[in-house]
Design a binder for this molecule. Structure first.
Ligand SMILES: [Fe+2]
Length: 423
């Protein structure tokens, strides 16, 4: 994160003695990015943050991916993955960490989805930052930095290596679209001054970000923590897991300061940029990672030139695959395609896409849209996860052809069988 925060009990001078009420020393931890040449935080623990007493393998969910061959735009109906018709798919049986299912992935990012009602195990992802977009429901996200209150429309940003767990509000199932970057996620550099302050043209600023307000202290012994990490053998998307047993609870931090910490940002606090004619996708950007960017499309007044066409032109994003998650309202450009709330579309690089037939004409004269969508653009091709194969509608590619379905095939057809990839 670009700006400094201090929470709880920290000493006036870094790397100096910081004593507990009983006279003992707190243990100082420097958590730093980019080889300690990037953002960092100093945390003060009551226990020893390095202490473990056991380690065993933990296998994360199936992260195998399959190439998108033949190259097709696709529509995935995510709600079908958690409709309760399969054993063990009731939200009360599922947690955000172990129950998420892989939709799309490549060497830079994994996009997952989960509907959960159970508290997750303690967990940290050492492959990169996680961004959990809360489609519906609410949760408390407990972290070593303190507690985040996550509500509908929140992006929950958990930096790489931060131990945390998701505790859903029992009132309604928690639906989370999880973007696991294999890098750090941050506001785009063009939004920031050279010292890291949000500039006036940025669509959000420091006041919109909600970090933990205070420390979270939990006592416990013999505590399990699941750790997701890279391995080099290619299997399961190059991702493995380890289950640590810790002699004391990792939530033992009495204070921290720095520019590296978890936080939330609500999509309703994104101020859209509008114009007389259609604005290009970069105006919708929220976060950037390595070879991946996150944008959102929010309710807004649309183009006000007297001859404006409010829905997008056909476009070829030749260097990127584009993934849209339709999480609210009505997305006018996709009218007639079958896409609805909870849908994901994949528009791969190499395929021109734009409004479905009739959408341009229907948009003329419209003054505002109520659409809500989260978009991920990647700069390397995405492959299909097991979740995608389980909810591909098999028809989307043909929806621009005025209903001509002569080429309609199931997505995993026998003419071009989809086979696993090791990335
Ligand atoms: Fe697009």
């Amino acid at each position: 994160m670009p700006h400094y925060r201090a929470v709880g009990d920290v000493p006036p001078k870094r790397h100096t003695q910081h004593r507990r009420p009983d006279g003992g020393l707190y243990r100082e931890e420097l958590m730093g990015a980019e080889g300690f040449a990037g953002d960092s935080a100093l945390l003060y623990h009551t226990g020893v943050p390095a202490a473990i007493v056991d380690a065993t393998p933990w296998r994360p969910a199936d992260l195998t991916t399959h190439p998108n061959i033949p190259l097709l735009p696709r529509h995935f109906r995510l709600p079908a993955l958690f409709d309760g018709t399969q054993p063990g798919t009731q939200p009360g049986d599922i947690d955000v960490v172990t129950g998420r299912r892989l939709i799309l992935g490549n060497a830079d990012v994994r996009i997952c989805y989960v509907v959960a009602g159970a508290a997750s195990p303690l967990y940290r992802n050492t492959t990169g930052d996680e961004c959990g977009y809360v489609e519906a429901g609410a949760a408390t996200v407990e972290t070593v930095f303190g507690t985040l209150d996550a509500r509908q429309g929140d992006y929950v940003i958990i930096p790489r290596g931060v131990t945390h767990r998701w505790v859903p509000d029992p009132a309604t199932p928690l639906r989370v679209y999880v973007i696991e970057a294999n890098s750090h996620l941050a506001p785009p550099p063009r939004y920031l001054s050279r010292h890291g302050q949000f500039l006036e043209h940025a669509p959000y600023c420091e006041r919109d970000l909600r970090p933990p307000a205070g420390p979270l202290l939990v006592t416990g012994t013999d505590v399990e923590v699941l750790v997701k990490h890279h391995h080099s053998r290619g299997a399961n998307g190059g991702v493995a897991g380890t289950r640590y047993r810790c002699p004391s609870h990792p939530f033992d931090v009495v204070g921290w300061d720095g520019c590296l910490y978890p936080y939330t940002f609500n999509i309703a606090d994104f101020e859209p940029v509008t114009g007389r004619v259609h604005q290009p996708p970069p105006v919708h950007q929220v976060f950037a990672g390595r070879n991946v960017m996150i944008c959102n499309f929010v309710p807004r007044k649309v183009d006000y030139h007297p001859l404006a066409v409010p829905v997008p032109y056909y476009h070829s994003n030749v260097d990127s695959d584009e993934v849209m998650f339709y999480c609210g309202g009505d997305y006018a450009a996709r009218g007639g395609s079958g896409i609805g709330p909870g849908s994901v579309s994949l528009h791969p690089g190499g395929h021109t896409h734009g409004p479905q037939p009739g959408a341009v004409e229907r948009s003329l004269g419209v003054e505002s849209v109520d659409e809500l969508a989260v978009m991920v653009d990647t700069f390397r091709p995405l492959e299909l996860g097991e979740g995608a194969l389980a909810c591909d509608d098999g028809r989307y590619a043909w929806t621009w052809a005025d209903g001509d379905s002569r080429r309609h095939r199931a997505p995993n057809n026998t003419e071009h069988p989809i086979t696993p990839s090791t990335q």
